[in-house]
Design a protein around this ligand. Sequence first.
Ligand SMILES: [Zn+2]
Length: 218
Amino acid sequence: MSSFEQFTLEQKQQSFDELRDVKQLFASRSWFPGTSGNLSVRIGDFDPEQFYFAITASGKDKTVNTPEDFLFVDKHGQACEKTNLRPSAETLIHCEIYRLTGAGAIFHIHSVFNNVISEYFWDRKSVPVDGVELIKGLNNWEEEAHIEIPIVSNFADISKIVPEVTERLQPGVPGILLRKHGIYAWGANAFEAKRHIEAFEFIFEYVYRLELLKKGMS
Ligand SMILES: [Zn+2]
């Protein structure tokens, strides 16, 4: 079993660099309103019993770069090094998604489209999507694919959300919506997680506009 001490300074810097690049890009798209949202990338090999990741610190303005933006935590969400920073309040959700999927990166954003869609489909607890080309962006190459994007409750106590994530995660769907809150999307690495979150956001806007059109016509 490996420990956090095995990682070199360069490896750690690379994790922070990856997060900084994604943070800047997403900030330019206004994907972190009111300091919301959080990003993480895993460092080293994955073992469900022992893994580590770099994550955004709690409550920071993600439109600027500072020396206090990121820290490393273990599989319990505890800081690995001496720091005054606190990991994002939603770190426990990252811990559970890593444990279940072995992903390499997890990104979480709040947008109007993902909020509206999560509320609109709350009764059925998932968003049905049929044959949209961007489903391929989620690594699903089936012709006219049908996917269901799960929606879980949004509790102030994050630890209460975790069991729903465990229960509702869909194989082949690298994302989960929190009701009236936002999307978590993940991938084997930062590149893939970014592609997935972009595909999800496109799909949410598509579904939103389609539903609106249908209502206008009925
Ligand atoms: Zn959030």
